[in-house]
Design a protein around this ligand. Sequence first.
Ligand SMILES: [Zn+2]
Length: 66
Amino acid sequence: MIRCPTCGNDVVYSPVPSLYFCLEKMLGENITISVECKAWVPEDAPAADLLKMTERIEKLALELRL
Ligand SMILES: [Zn+2]
């Protein structure tokens, strides 16, 4: 089980492999992330997952014109 390192909540949300958010609630498609807890990446995250995450962030950056 993956727990939030900040508050110990065991209900987490992973939009991409190895990137987790502390989940406050989920109503159908609506997800509420706990703003008090930072997103985290587990220490044992596989390198392949981290690369996927980088690719997604790159795409997002293009969409947002960062
Ligand atoms: Zn938390």
